[in-house]
Design a protein around this ligand. Structure first.
Ligand code: NDP
Length: 499
């Protein structure tokens, strides 16, 4: 049902609803309300009181309660994974992996919040030696989280878990394709906090997300989704000067150096490109392989990709969003029309709702298969004369989310030259599973960070306090100041900094 149809259903005065579907079969798996601006504002108002309660609890009690939530999530892991599978179509084990990673992040955020955000002393410096300086990271209050459908637990939990651990309440708008996952997630926390509205879910379409951006009382919006929608979210938030965290898509490269473990690199390329049907923001979309090893590497990729099957019970599921299939088709056709050579699958592999693996080699760099996010099981493999060229091409799109490097000797050196937020060396997407590492991109991939210490601080406002311990013998910030005082001060600075 489209947003317009859902609104039309509202003329009778009955709240409009929409259905979520199993993308494998088209079966209806749930019906959810379309929350309008009034409903969103009411949720935010409820969240404000929950935020006050939660903020006053302090780090130790929040850590305890989030630990209880973690246990519930683990207990209900299979039930939640089933909801994820129903709404996205992904294999149950992929859904379970998503939950496992989310639980690990929740645990890290809960355990490290006090250390990262708690009050700390700061050296006052030479000129202000009479002051005791301290810094605290205080909760913002209510954080609005807008999430995508591809990892409907793991991705929003990167904001939700860290925002809660930092002392905020959350109002979460899941994608219209995965509302049931959002509701199921919030229900598990409600058990722990006696039904307090600490994590509420508002469901609906883009208008519901926009209403969340506009709702008075929202202190920050954490958005994950496409770059185009990210720009709209930012424009809406600009109306109220609401700060935003923007996590958008990518066109992540994988570089294979001449000394790489080719077996491992091929495995990483195929998993990184094809798992979740390629619907991964940090999925591998482009491979740049040193020409000296290109033939051997490509043969390994081809062998591995040919073994994969999409479909119910297959290695990966359907395209969760039907419209994305057309994007994949366009990119495959463009790559082939511009001279690329399909070595696995081809245009005929792109069918609804299951797209079979496609690997295309020697694709011109101006093809949309190289320049735009495909978000499907298509891997482009291009050979390069050396690593310098690989780095130049890897950095050649507007995106800059993640990257992968396979090299025995120079992995970290190559990583340092990549313009992106995260790099895995001799592994794939490893950074996302390490809770202490910040996650986010540059350029068209957005800004701000979830995960890690930066991810905790992202959901706070730093508050600096300077307490005078004793008055200075020579006051400089008072009308009692004399020119003699300034002479002494300037003399001191000349001695200390002027030589
Ligand atoms: P969209 O940009 O289409 O939607 C993201 C969310 O924004 C959805 O909940 C959507 O609601 C909502 N929304 C849509 N319009 C508005 C609006 N005007 N104001 C506020 N909210 C709005 O992304 P997808 O759901 O299609 O997700 C796929 C994208 O997400 C890919 O580009 C992918 O790369 C990116 N992504 C990035 C990640 C990262 O961490 N960097 C991680 C995972 C995905 P509705 O669905 O109801 O339209």
């Amino acid at each position: 049902m489209t947003a317009a149809e859902a609104s039309a259903a509202d003329v009778s005065g009955v709240p409009a609803t929409f259905e979520s579907l199993d993308p494998r079969t088209g079966d209806v798996v749930g019906t959810h309300p379309v929350h309008d601006a009034g409903a969103v504002e009411a949720a935010v108002a409820r969240a404000e009181s929950a935020a006050e309660w939660w903020g006053d609890l302090g780090h130790a009690e929040r850590r305890r309660l989030l630990g209880e939530w973690r246990k519930v999530l683990v207990r209900k892991l299979d039930d939640l994974a089933r909801v994820v599978t129903e709404e996205t179509g992904k294999p149950l084990d992929d859904a379970r992996l998503e939950l496992v990673l989310a639980v690990d992040h929740l645990d890290w955020a809960a355990k490290h919040a006090a250390r990262v955000l708690g009050r700390r002393r700061v050296a006052p410096g030479l000129l202000m030696g009479n002051q005791a300086a301290s810094l605290t990271y205080r909760p913002i209050g209510v954080v609005g989280v807008i999430g995508p459908w591809n990892y409907p637990v793991f991705t929003p939990m990167g904001s939700i878990a860290y925002a809660l651990a930092a002392g905020n309440a959350v109002v979460f708008k899941p994608s219209e394709l995965t509302p049931g996952v959002g509701v199921a997630l919030a229900d598990t926390l409600a058990e722990i906090v006696d039904g307090r509205p600490l994590l509420q879910v508002v469901t609906g379409f883009g208008e519901t997300g926009a209403a969340l951006c506009r709702a008075p009382g929202v202190g920050k919006i954490a958005f994950t989704g496409s770059t185009a929608t990210g720009k709209r979210v930012m424009a809406t938030c600009a109306e109220t000067l609401t700060p935003v965290l923007i996590e958008c898509g990518g066109k992540d490269p994988l570089i294979v150096d001449v000394d790489a473990d080719l077996e491992a690199a091929a495995d990483a390329a195929v998993w990184g490109g094809m798992s979740n049907a390629g619907q991964t923001c940090v999925g591998v979309e482009r491979v740049y392989v040193h020409e000296a090893v290109a033939e051997e590497f490509t043969a390994k990729v081809v062998a591995k990709a040919r073994r994969l099957r999409s479909g119910s019970g297959g290695d990966f599921g359907p395209m969760t969003m039907p419209a994305q299939t057309e994007v994949v088709r366009r990119h495959v056709e463009d790559a082939l029309a511009k001279g690329g050579r399909a070595v696995v699958g081809g245009a005929e592999s792109v069918r609804e709702p299951f797209v079979e693996p496609v690997v295309i080699v020697d694709v011109p760099e101006d093809s949309t298969a190289v320049t735009e996010e495909t978000f499907g099981p298509l891997l482009v493999v291009n050979r390069v004369p050396d690593v310098d060229e690989a780095v130049r091409l890897a950095n050649g799109t507007g995106y800059g989310l993640g990257a992968t490097v396979f090299s025995r000797a120079r992995g970290e050196e190559i990583a340092a030259r990549l313009r992106c937020g995260m790099v895995s060396v001799n592994g794939v997407i490893s950074f996302a599973g390490i809770p202490g590492l910040p996650f986010g991109g540059v350029g068209d991939s957005g800004f701000g960070r979830i995960h890690g210490e930066d991810g905790l601080r992202e959901f706070t406002r730093p508050q600096a306090v300077a307490r005078q311990r004793f008055p200075l013998p020579v006051p400089v910030t008072s009308f009692r100041r004399t020119s003699q005082t300034m002479k002494v001060l300037v003399g001191l600075v000349r001695l200390r900094y002027g030589r």
